[in-house]
Design a protein around this ligand. Structure first.
Ligand SMILES: Cc1ncc(COP(=O)(O)O)c(C=O)c1O
Length: 382
């Protein structure tokens, strides 16, 4: 018997990624559900991390992250987008993007504040808003184009609106926000006190020659934004759980006030390794062509299947629509495919408003070509 506590998140169950990955392992199914590569991070990066440990970088890193990494990030932003951020007071290294999102929300949201979230949405935003007494205001995206209806957003803004959360490239749809979208957002937010949380963890996974429209490029957005990135997505090492948050000095001050009490500082030797590794721009500039080749391989192999799709334009996720196959609820279908056909995916309804079921499953193509071929063979037989 233990002493009961009153749950702060009474409706939350174990997240879908954990559920589907566990089921995939139990059923010995190909796991295209959770978003992680099944190939290794670079040997050079592992060697750099090993060297950092051998060289004694094994004690606490400074609270905001090691200065050399923050400086390297600032130089990367300058060379990619021609914008300078002060590594001293505008960049903070975090334990992955998840902690950065948690910290940004914790630092900003007070009881009764409203936060606009676009659905389908990555699963950590809403519970975190709720934990700090905020109220999520979900706006469902169009189920086929996943475009934002900016008029709807305008109609949802009121004097309680404290923050808007955007995510581009977008998980789970694999769509990106255009320059015009960002300008629409700027027009809406200019002159208000509304904050922006811009989740840009798939910054470098963008296809067909498109350019990533970071919030950093838009003056009326960057002045109010927590822009959040993840090294794990960029360098195939999600298990290292390292990311960062870029925000104006005043916002960074509040962010760090919370950061110092929820992690204090994050893994030191991997920060040292990444400092050296990100100085070679090819290590991230090759990512679009690397993942576009995987997307194209996967889609060419399933083009004659009964699934319908429009090619992902960013992230390493591809939605496949199965309405021509069955009208089963997507969670049931995803579970049945895992158990009977030995292929695991993520049902998109779990990210939607009121669990709307558009008959879409999300497949992760950050996998070896052999795995993608095996998966495609199964999908063609469904
Ligand atoms: C949209 C989005 N944001 C944040 C995260 C979390 O990133 P990290 O693993 O760096 O915490 C993920 C991971 O899948 C994601 O897809």
């Amino acid at each position: 018997m233990s002493i009961p506590i009153k749950s702060k998140l009474p409706t939350i169950k174990t997240n879908i990624f954990t559920v589907m990955s566990k089921l995939a392992a139990e059923c010995n199914a190909i796991n295209l559900s959770q978003g992680f590569p099944n190939f290794n991070t670079s040997k050079e990066l592992v060697q750099l991390a090993n060297m950092a440990m051998i060289n004694g970088h094994n004690q606490y890193a400074p609270m905001p992250g090691i200065f050399s990494l923050r400086k390297a990030i600032s130089q990367k932003m300058e060379s990619l987008y021609n914008i300078s951020f002060n590594p001293e007071n505008e960049i903070t290294i975090t334990a992955g993007a998840t902690q950065a999102i948690f910290t940004a929300i914790a630092a900003s949201i007070h009881k009764g504040d409203e936060v606009i979230i676009f659905k389908p949405a990555y699963d950590c935003y809403e519970p975190t808003v709720e934990l700090f007494g905020g109220k999520s205001i979900p706006i469902q995206l169009d189920p086929s184009t996943f475009k934002i209806d900016w008029q709807k957003v305008k109609g949802s803004i009121n004097d309680k609106t404290k923050m808007i959360i955007i995510n581009s490239p977008h998980n789970p749809s694999g769509r990106i926000l255009s320059k015009d979208d960002m300008i629409q957002l700027e027009i809406l937010l200019k002159g208000t006190k509304i904050l922006l949380l811009s989740d840009e963890v798939y910054e470098h996974i963008i296809f067909d020659g498109e350019k990533h429209q970071t919030a950093a490029l838009f003056p009326a957005l960057v002045e109010r934004a927590f822009i959040i990135f993840s090294f794990g997505k960029t360098f195939h090492n999600t298990g290292w759980k390292l990311g960062y948050c870029i925000a104006p000095a005043e916002l960074t001050k509040e962010f760090r006030n919370v950061h110092q009490f929820n992690v204090f500082s994050v893994n030191h030797p991997t920060q040292v390794a990444l400092t050296a590794y990100i100085k070679t721009s090819k290590n991230y500039l090759e990512l679009p062509s690397f993942y576009q080749a995987k997307r194209d391989l996967f889609l060419s192999l399933i083009k004659d299947s009964r699934f319908e799709f429009s090619p992902s334009t960013g992230t390493y996720f591809q939605l496949l629509n199965y309405k021509k196959i069955t009208d089963e609820y997507d969670c049931d279908f995803a579970i049945r495919l895992t158990k009977e056909k030995k292929i695991a995916s993520i049902p998109v309804s779990v990210f939607n408003n009121n669990n709307f079921d558009g008959k879409d499953l999300r497949f992760c193509f950050a996998k070896t070509d052999d795995t993608l071929k095996e998966a495609a063979e199964i999908l063609c037989g469904i």
